[in-house]
Design a protein around this ligand. Structure first.
Ligand SMILES: Nc1ncnc2c1ncn2[C@@H]1O[C@H](COP(=O)(O)OP(=O)(O)O)[C@@H](O)[C@H]1O
Ligand SMILES: [Mg+2]
Length: 328
């Protein structure tokens, strides 16, 4: 049995439908990302799991029990809100300790011990007397420490990294992932960043417009998108006509060769973009559809792929994603 189970959740705010018949199961110890564009219902779904919002219909099960009407305080989770909700005038340690003071059953000594332990886990021990905002990723780390300090049975994170610059964000992705693994704690993380979801999640729930588009492992979602929304939202996808049918293919799956092969396509290069190890080559097909191809930069040099040159393309049949396979 799944540790968390959402069954046919619908949520309306007045006439606005924020969630429409959403079902998902999350296994014990899994890190699942809810991924989708802004406004698609991610936070609302997380808040329903947290008991901070009630569903208009549908049920929530936690550890096998029906938790649909269970108060938030009895659900035993840690949460990091998008805004972190930290006290700016309290130190790292003060903020973490404050979170523990809600738990009346712990002695003062136990609270201190748990605060120190959580601080160590997020690597802030050396900075306990600083203010969270003074440290790179300090607010995120402090909020995370506060969320895990009480050893909750699951963790809910709402876009915890979206306010950070790319470098710190990349570092914290890895840290959160390893803390989650170390604790083996079931985690739901909301993000609108597909790269974040692909790198961190065991499985991804892809949402759009209040509905679930697909649930699957990152690789599965990338290689076998279930709808054209998923195909274009995750990574880059080319769509083009092959005979009468529309096909989709990833830029890195197209081969560019130095000569025309049987079954190949001749295209004209409109532009190239150097991206370090790869060069993205924008090609115009005979029917004027534009697609892009990612080529190792060395190969792009060797084949002299540049603006206005001719490119010979092969689309390996095994890499084509047929449009009818995508339900949407
Ligand atoms: N408290 C609320 N009252 C009215 N509408 C809301 C409320 N919370 C969310 N919504 C609406 O529900 C939809 C989903 O919102 P949200 O779950 O916050 O999306 P996301 O987190 O994916 O950006 C949006 O259209 C939003 O405007
Ligand atoms: Mg949100």
């Amino acid at each position: 049995m799944a540790f968390l189970e959402l069954k046919n959740i619908t949520k309306r705010f007045d006439r606005q439908v924020a969630l429409s018949d959403v079902s998902a199961e999350i296994e014990k110890g899994e890190l699942v990302c809810i991924l989708g564009p802004s406004g698609c219902g991610k936070t609302t779904l997380l808040r329903i799991v947290a008991g901070l919002e009630s569903a208009s219909s549908g049920r929530v099960y936690i550890a096998g029990g029906d938790a649909t009407h269970l108060p938030a305080a009895k659900r035993n989770y840690g949460i990091v809100f998008q805004s972190y909700a930290l006290f700016p005038n309290m130190t790292v340690y003060g903020n973490i300790l404050f979170g523990l003071q809600q738990s009346k059953s712990l002695s003062k000594f136990e609270r201190k011990r748990k605060a120190l332990e959580a601080m160590k886990l997020v690597d802030l021990t050396a900075h306990k007397s600083k203010y969270p905002r003074q440290l790179s990723g300090g607010q995120q780390r402090t909020a995370l420490a506060r969320a895990i300090a009480l050893s909750p049975s699951f963790l809910l994170l709402d876009e915890p990294l979206s306010a950070l610059d790319a470098k710190v964000r990349g570092k914290l992705r890895g840290e959160i992932r390893s803390i989650q693994r170390e604790l083996g704690i079931t985690t739901i993380m909301v993000t609108h960043d597909q790269e974040e979801a692909l790198t961190m999640a065991d499985r991804i729930i892809v949402m759009n417009n209040a509905v679930v588009e697909q649930i699957g492992a990152p690789r599965e979602i990338y290689d076998k998108p279930a709808s054209s929304f998923v195909a274009s939202f995750i990574g880059t996808m080319n769509f083009y006509k092959n005979g009468g049918e529309t096909c989709a293919i990833r830029p890195e799956k197209i081969e560019i060769t130095g000569r025309m092969d049987p079954g190949g396509i001749t295209a004209k290069i409109r532009a190239t973009e150097f991206k370090g190890p790869l060069t993205r080559v924008y090609c115009v097909l005979p029917d004027v559809t534009e697609i892009c191809v990612d080529v190792p930069s060395e190969k792009a040099d060797r084949l002299q792929l540049r603006e206005n040159a001719t490119a010979f393309l092969n689309m390996p049949p095994e890499s084509l994603i047929k449009h009818e396979a995508m339900a949407g």
